[in-house]
Design a protein around this ligand. Structure first.
Ligand code: PLP
Length: 285
């Protein structure tokens, strides 16, 4: 079965799914995106992801390409046409197609919209979570508005590649004060030796992850203490547990940071319990 993508009003086989060479996403990374998990054929936390898309677009003054409810239907249709049981749906909106010039096009052009979906391997993801992952730290050299989910991901691309070349799975960005901001495509968390769960507060230095927000409900329901504050790499090396969160990973235990073993080097009980509990607090539709 050929994969189907939605491109500017049409559902197309992948080989025909193309955007213009002067699309501002291609030229300038002038656009934003969202990724939702698909589980049991349902979209997880679609409402919250669309809310964040609206915010990202608003921050960059890009128009919504269609009403929110219609976009929700297109996402669902792409999932269904690709027969995704477990996987992800990806939405990208750019400022549109215009002759190359940095300033916004005048008159305004229609934003471009692309929606794709693909299957993920659930047993492989479960195996990864059961084993835990290694991360390495890299300097956070991104711009000052990473709270906006833009498609400008070059530092993230280079960080992830550096991680792989150093035998790790993810990279953690570290600010100039030695404090962890977030992962290359995840939010970063630790559990302190006295069992408090710590993650950075949502400022402009991190993306406010949807998984992160929903996980707070699971943390509270489990009666765990939680602190929203920055933590240093040094604190992370000495943590009882560490983990990352993202829509397609849920909660993924971290067992090694820069070669330092975290806890006993195995996924800890807090991360494992939060991973199991997560979908009780997420919306499925
Ligand atoms: N931080 C960054 C830089 C990301 O790219 C992502 C997800 O892509 C996240 C955090 C996690 O966000 P969410 O839980 O909404 O997937």
């Amino acid at each position: 079965m050929s994969r189907i993508a939605y491109v500017n009003g049409r559902y197309l086989p992948f080989r025909d799914a193309k955007v213009h060479v002067e699309d501002r996403g291609y030229q300038f990374a002038d656009g934003v995106y969202e990724v939702c998990e698909v589980r049991g054929g349902k979209l997880i936390d679609q409402r919250r992801h669309l809310q964040r898309l609206v915010r990202s677009l608003g921050e960059l003054r890009i128009r919504m390409p269609m009403p929110l409810a219609a976009l929700g239907i297109v996402m669902r249709e792409v999932v269904s046409r690709n027969r995704i049981g477990y996987g992800l749906v990806y939405v990208q909106v750019t400022r549109g197609v215009a002759r190359r010039d940095h300033a916004f096009p005048t008159p305004e052009v229609a934003p471009s919209l692309v929606v794709t979906a693909r299957s993920l391997n659930q047993s492989r993801n479960e195996a990864l979570a059961a084993k835990g992952i290694a991360v390495v730290s890299v300097p956070d050299n991104r711009w000052g508005r990473v709270d906006i989910k833009t498609i400008g991901l070059l530092p993230n691309v280079l960080a992830r590649q550096a991680a792989i070349e150093r035998g790790a799975r993810d990279a953690w960005f570290v600010d100039k004060d030695g404090r962890v901001t977030e992962g290359a495509s995840t939010n970063a968390w630790i559990a302190t030796p006295d069992g408090k769960v710590v993650t950075r507060a949502p400022d402009q230095a991190i993306l406010q992850g949807i998984t992160r927000s929903v996980l707070f409900e699971a943390i509270k329901a489990q009666g765990l203490a939680v602190e929203e504050r920055p933590f240093t790499l040094k604190e992370a090396y000495a943590a009882r547990e560490a983990f990352v969160t993202a829509a397609t990973q849920i909660v993924l235990p971290v067992v090694r940071i820069d070669g330092h073993m975290i806890g006993d080097g195995k996924p800890g009980p807090i991360a494992s319990a939060l991973r199991r509990a997560f979908h009780r607090y997420a919306e499925a539709g």
